[in-house]
Design a protein around this ligand. Structure first.
Ligand code: ADP
Ligand code: MG
Ligand code: ZN
Length: 480
């Protein structure tokens, strides 16, 4: 198979739950994880006669996102009913925006290894979420939880500008970091706050028109989106090469099996019978309101990234990773304000701290070590009080216990041995126990020094000062 003759075309529709306190059209709480059906009222459960009133925060957050992605704010929006029947949708329609979204024509820049690429945003519109079906509570039965009914969403539709699953992942990461930075969505993927639909088509390289696409809905992690795109692109290329026709259809991605299957074709696709919601007035936004919202937009991740490179002399790669997360960027700058070297802080953040967060499945906002304590830890290493190795151990205990580095170093007895005589005693013992190494050294194998340093570090339980060891070992060996 020659996949390289083909180009993959991807467009994404991202749904983000908005971080409003209350739902889109009623006063019910949007909090995640409460008991089933405790956050509902006549409006979000569609009792006859109830009337929706749009939460103005929803409009504000959508416009804020539009401004941050360089969209044009249309200033006149309409809300429409998207009609379909499903047990988690008591109204039998979803309030959405059909032909008059709040924001159109923006873009997001992604940072690829070979430079920036601009991905167009077709539109951003507001809509409401549906409830949830619970299939596993009572065997053989499905239950309905309406807590999520009416939780506000924005849908961000991209142009078909993405050309690989890697580009799609970079785009999703950039979008997530913008939404988090704006604080319009908590973007917690594990709670379903951010989901995406992927549209995929393929075409022979050189062709300028697009071919028929398929769609996979509701992917709940970026890695699942990547796997789904790769699978579907391969499937389409193979089918095309075999002379089959790609039909426009929705396919379900089964992430556990790593494959997808057809759900419904365009012919079977339901007609949503969109029409303007007669219960809701048009959304009219003034220039002044837009300017007020613009003022609430903080420094965006892309600007932060550039500033970090220019001001702190860290690499673009490091700056990209740190600025992607607002809590991490704030943490970084706090440490730098405490007069720590930016490069050193970046190394700790992207090294041991990120590793710990990953292992514990935590977010940068969960870093439990204060910037003051991290800076104090780095100072202990710089002064030679503890070794770098011991420093890593101290950090992990800091994460666990919240104790300060001073206290941990004392309690664990991690103070580095900088005393030449004490170190020499350990080194001599190690050399005595490794006659083979001595022989190798005499035969010109100088790399045994590294081995002996390692042995000494181990014998001293990581407390020996490694900078002092190499010259000391070399001197002893040379004098033997
Ligand atoms: P729908 O409302 O049916 O989902 P849209 O026109 O809103 O259709 O497009 C949905 C998404 O499909 C957009 O993100 C768009 O970029 C993407 N898309 C459109 N055409 C193609 C194509 N040929 N290949 C891949 N993606 C496409
Ligand atoms: Mg679609
Ligand atoms: Zn309600």
């Amino acid at each position: 198979m020659h996949f390289e003759d083909y180009e993959v075309i991807i467009g994404l529709e991202v749904h983000a739950e908005l971080a409003t306190k209350t739902k889109a059209f009623c006063g019910c709480s949007t909090e995640f994880g409460s008991d089933v059906n405790t956050q509902c009222c006549p409006i979000c459960t569609a009792m006859p006669g109830s009337l929706p009133v749009l939460n103005k925060k929803v409009v504000e957050y959508a416009i804020k996102t539009g401004l941050a992605t360089s969209c044009e704010i249309t200033r006149y929006g309409k809300q429409d009913r998207k009609n379909y029947y499903y047990p988690d949708l008591p109204k039998a329609y979803q309030i959405s925006q059909f032909d008059m979204p709040l924001c159109v024509g923006g873009y997001v820049d992604i940072n690829k290894d070979d430079g920036k690429k601009r991905i167009g945003i077709t539109r951003i519109h507001i809509e409401e979420d549906a409830g949830k079906l619970l299939h596993d509570v009572i065997p053989g039965k499905s239950l309905v939880d309406l807590n999520r009914c009416g939780v506000p969403l924005i849908e961000i539709v991209s142009e078909p500008d993405l050309r690989s699953s890697e580009e799609a992942k970079l785009y999703l990461e950039e979008l997530k970091s913008i939404l988090e930075c704006l604080e319009v969505s908590d973007c917690k993927m594990q709670e379903g706050s951010l989901r995406c639909d992927v549209n995929v088509s393929v075409r022979p390289k050189g062709q300028t028109t697009f071919n028929t696409r398929t769609e996979m809905k509701n992917l709940s992690s970026f890695s699942a989106a990547v796997r789904a795109i790769d699978f579907e692109a391969k499937r389409q290329i193979e089918a095309t090469k075999a002379g089959e026709k790609i039909i426009q259809e929705t396919r379900r991605w089964d992430d556990a099996k790593g494959e997808n299957y057809a759900m419904r074709s365009k012919e079977e696709a339901q007609d949503y019978r969109y029409f303007p919601d007669p219960d809701l007035v048009p959304i009219v936004v003034s220039e002044e309101q837009i300017e007020e919202i613009r003022k609430t937009i903080p420094e965006l991740p892309s600007a932060k990234r550039e500033r970090f490179v220019a001001t702190y002399g860290i690499t673009d790669y490091e700056a990209g990773l740190i600025s992607q997360s607002k809590p991490m960027a704030t943490y970084f700058e706090k440490c730098v304000d405490l007069k720590e070297t930016p490069k050193t802080v970046a190394n700790w953040l992207l090294g041991d701290i990120s590793k710990t967060l990953n292992e514990k499945n935590l977010e940068p906002s969960d870093i439990s070590v204060s910037p003051e304590d991290l800076v104090a830890l780095i100072a202990l290493i710089d002064k030679g009080t503890i070794s770098n190795t011991a420093g890593k151990k101290v950090l992990s205990i800091m994460f666990e216990t919240g104790k300060t580095p001073d206290v941990i170093v004392k309690e664990e007895g991690l103070e580095q041995v900088n005393d030449g005589d004490a170190l020499k005693a350990i080194v001599e013992e190690i050399i005595q126990n490794n006659p083979k190494s001595v022989e190798d050294y005499k035969n010109g194998k100088t790399n045994v020094i590294g081995f002996l340093v390692g042995q000494t570090m181990r014998a001293s339980k990581g407390k020996a000062n490694p900078q002092m060891l190499s010259p000391m070992i070399k001197e002893i060996l040379d004098n033997m």
